[in-house]
Ligand binder design. Structure first.
Ligand code: NAD
Length: 475
């Protein structure tokens, strides 16, 4: 497995230790408030919003210590159910790998910051004291994707509730059952730690219409959408404050100074992770001619299968539909195993490859389209400048993620500056930019077009200034 399991186990153990708040503050020590255990799933989205609003009113009156205890209980429940939720997500969508989905759930449970992310700012001086606090919005409408369904629910719930909000989820219909189970489990954890039911609610049948209803409802104070171009564009036109985590098409640049063995491993680990459904995953490679063949050979040694000629066309015919010269991804192949894609395309292969690679032209759909499947276009370029220029174009101005493999500090800096992406990884797999085997907190909602970046509790707060005037000379 690409992700170091020992490392994950270690951070889980350490986090559980860290989350032990001691006798006075532990979740179990808090008073249990009897609550309607079914108050999170509603036929009518209007009722889901009303219940979340009522729950948020209760949360608002609670202490921060209690909010912290609710978050601790949610983390523990998410960890305990990480396997179950991963299996459900896999069953619902057919995407990726159960093992790697478990790691994503664990990552969200452990590395999503809680109340410690909220830092009030104080100014004090001759004229008194001014405090800038981070206050909740109220009820958030969150639209979640099919690609990381349960990890996104865990991550969004922890961040949004740590910030003092309630949230109404409208999950992707394809991942309805897994997402609703995550919402149920987190609600039960909150209730068992003495919190109100309904801090996370959802309609029984999430649809585009229920999503639209939530987006337009006057009691929804903030929209948080994680998904593709269409939903981001709808949400941004809603007239509401919106935090949008949109699509990406992360390019990889490999220059002549790169450590090729390590680069090959990192690229294959990142691009094959959960069958490439992560929005940060390597989606195409621009490698300079001087190292291109060596890189390709090393990638073959890392479990890739290289397709050429007619076999490339067979895969294109299977995984895309074309309308007016525009390529659209055939969702049947999103997140599927490389072997499934090869089989269905009628391409023969040997072994059990985890990633398909193909040397193609820079304009090929394997390069230009966000495919979300383990098929990686590789483009041969003749200079670092050309690699950077083409990588910039292939990213399509999403300002999402990009990766470079190089030991030339000048090239690394130039690429970071030109790409100007929310995540820029140097000499590592893409997922290290998510805090997966990398430093920094984790999120599954990377707010790209609206600029909040890797969201955390503080992203879901309003700034509120409270002033104590202290000039006693004026009487
Ligand atoms: P999707 O856009 O098909 O669906 C995402 C959500 O939006 C779902 O809940 C869906 O029901 C809803 N939706 C879609 N069209 C809508 C519309 N017109 N009106 C209202 N709601 C609508 O995306 P997906 O296939 O589930 O996820 C993959 C996409 O999401 C990729 O483009 C990926 O890059 C992106 N993504 C981005 C991030 C990030 O953090 N930036 C994280 C995960 C996924």
């Amino acid at each position: 497995m690409a992700l170091n399991e020992e490392y994950i186990r270690q951070i889980i153990t350490e986090t559980i230790k860290r989350l032990d708040l001691g006798d006075g503050g532990s979740a179990a020590a808090l008073q249990f408030v009897p609550s309607n255990r079914n108050g999170w799933l509603f036929d009518d989205p209007n009722d889901a919003i009303a219940a979340a609003k009522a729950a948020q009113e209760i949360l608002k009156k609670e202490t921060l210590e209690k909010r912290g205890a609710l978050i601790a209980a949610m983390r523990n429940a998410a960890l305990e159910n990480a396997k179950y939720l991963a299996a459900l997500a896999h069953e619902d969508t057919g995407y990726g790998s159960v093992v790697q989905k478990i790691a994503k759930n664990q990552l969200a449970a452990i590395k999503t910051p809680g109340i410690e992310d909220l830092h009030p700012v104080a100014f004090s001086g001759d004229l008194g004291l001014t405090l800038v606090e981070m206050a909740p919005y109220g009820v958030i409408g969150a639209i979640t994707p099919s690609t990381n369904p349960t990890a996104t629910v865990i991550n969004n719930s922890i961040s949004m509730i740590a910030a003092g909000n309630a949230v109404v989820f409208n999950p992707h219909p394809v991942a309805k059952r897994a997402s609703q189970e995550a919402i149920r489990i987190l609600n039960e954890a909150v209730v068992s730690a003495g919190g109100p039911t309904g801090l996370m609610t959802t309609p029984k049948e999430p649809t585009l219409d229920s999503g639209k209803f939530i987006m337009e409802h006057p009691d929804i104070m903030l929209l948080v959408v994680t998904g593709g171009e269409a939903v981001v564009s709808v949400a941004m036109k809603s007239g509401k404050k919106c935090i949008a985590a949109g699509p990406g098409n992360p390019p990889v640049i490999v220059d002549e100074t790169a450590e090729i063995i390590r680069s090959a491993k990192d690229i294959v680990d990142g691009a094959s992770y959960d069958n490439n459904v992560l929005c940060v995953s390597e989606k195409e490679v621009f490698a300079v001619d001087a190292v291109f063949d060596r890189l390709t050979n090393e990638m073959l040694g890392q479990g890739c299968f290289k397709v050429t000629g007619e076999d490339i066309n067979k895969i294109v015919a299977a995984v895309f539909t074309q309308k007016d010269g525009i390529y659209m991804v055939n969702r049947k192949y999103v997140g599927r195993d490389a072997t499934y894609i090869l089989d269905e395309s009628g391409v023969s292969y040997i072994g059990k490859p985890r990633l398909v690679i193909a040397e193609v032209d820079k304009n090929h759909p394997f390069v230009q389209i966000e495919m979300l499947m383990p098929v990686l276009g590789m483009v041969r370029v003749y200079s670092f400048d050309e690699a950077l220029e083409e990588a910039f174009k292939a990213e399509h101005g999403n300002r999402h993620s990009a990766i470079i493999h190089s030991t030339n500090i000048h090239n690394m800096s130039r690429a970071a500056e030109k790409m100007d992406t929310t995540i820029f990884v140097k000499n590592g797999p893409s997922y290290s930019g998510l805090g997966f085997n990398g430093e920094g907190h984790a999120t599954l909602t990377i707010a790209t077009p609206t600029g909040e970046g890797l969201t955390s509790a503080k992203s879901f707060t309003r700034s509120r200034r409270c002033v104590v005037h202290g000039d006693f000379r004026i009487v």
